[in-house]
Design a protein around this ligand. Structure first.
Ligand code: NDP
Length: 292
């Protein structure tokens, strides 16, 4: 292996410790406990697991957690009423609606009810708009993208002037991570399902951010020697050698890529742990913003 492994688990743990210390200081100064409310609608096992790990993280860091769960057939009015109630509650500092919502619900309408001060996911158009404009500051940066940038910075990868190729243009990963890197003076190329000669574009990347949800899609010979590779993908593939019969892989073929890249994140243990750490950081920042 030639690449230096970027240990997301370790770096996320450091962020969590910093947040826990700051929470302790805040609470001992008489201020309220930073509290995150999560809203889960329906019975998706993956969504339930994500929400549970976010609540667990809150508890571990001395933060408050309020878990709301509505049934699969909850109406638009019921979901909206819950989000409005949480938004008006002064003891709730951040609101996270776990996506995707069941298909009959209007996701955009639900998310628009979260005020910008409590939008710890950073997905509101106002936050993304501020992220996109020069000289403007978003209140919260979406957690997975900020986790990717944090990993690069902590690993000493130079972003300014680097050619970054972002594979994927979703609202939650590809687009915001592109904007963040552009703001750090990288030259950013965004690729998607209609991009031509994808492998050739990726070969030009000093930094590759892969976020498409396709198992081991990026091959080792697409990677520029020495490049930094941040693999956001989380995909389950069959593996008869495992007791569970499956395992997690990223969007990059790790065994091939680690022989060429200069830096690489593993899956699991790379970007994944950073997402929750950044959510905790955002929740603390939300409490500070709302103060008292
Ligand atoms: P989306 O499905 O929302 O977006 C996928 C993007 O990839 C789209 O822009 C799509 O292009 C592009 N794409 C799909 N297929 C190809 C292809 N063959 N060639 C080039 N581009 C392609 O995914 P997300 O952004 O939500 O998630 C991406 C991955 O990251 C998933 O594996 C997800 O599980 C993971 N993830 C991990 C997180 C973490 O904490 N580590 C958090 C969030 C996501 P187009 O726009 O043209 O359709």
């Amino acid at each position: 292996m030639t690449a230096q492994l970027i240990d997301g688990k370790k770096i996320a743990q450091q962020v969590r410790e910093e947040v826990a210390l700051a929470v302790g200081r805040r609470v001992s100064s008489g201020k309220s406990i930073p509290t995150l409310a999560t809203v889960l609608v329906g019975n998706r096992a993956d969504s339930a697991a994500y929400v549970a790990s976010k609540s667990k993280a809150c508890m571990e860091l001395g933060m408050g957690s309020l878990s709301e769960h509505l049934p699969e057939d909850a109406t638009q009015a019921e979901v909206e009423a819950l989000v409005k109630k949480l938004d008006a509650d002064p003891e709730v500092h951040g609101i996270l609606v776990q996506l995707p919502l069941p298909a009959h619900l209007d996701e955009e309408k639900v998310l628009s009810l979260i005020s910008i001060e409590k939008d710890v996911d950073g997905f509101s158009p106002l936050n993304i708009g501020r992220l996109a404009q020069k000289g403007r500051e978003p209140l919260f940066i979406p957690c997975t993208p900020s986790g990717c940038v944090y990993l690069l910075e902590k690993s000493g990868v130079k972003i300014e002037g680097a050619h970054v190729v972002v594979l994927g243009r979703s609202n939650i990963v590809g687009l915001p991570v592109s904007l963040l890197l552009l703001a750090r003076n990288a030259t950013v190329t965004i690729c998607h399902s209609r991009t031509k000669n994808l492998a050739d574009v990726i070969r030009q990347a000093d930094i590759l951010i892969a976020a498409i949800g396709k198992p081991e899609f990026v091959r080792g010979d697409w990677i520029k020697p020495g490049a930094a590779v941040i693999d956001v993908g989380i995909n389950t593939i069959p593996d008869p050698t495992k007791k569970s019969g499956k395992r997690l892989v990223g969007d990059v073929n790790f065994p091939e890529a680690k022989e060429v890249a200069g830096y690489i994140t593993p899956v699991p243990g790379g970007v994944g742990p950073m997402t929750i750490a950044m959510l905790m950081k955002n929740t603390l920042a939300a409490a500070e913003l709302q103060s008292s």
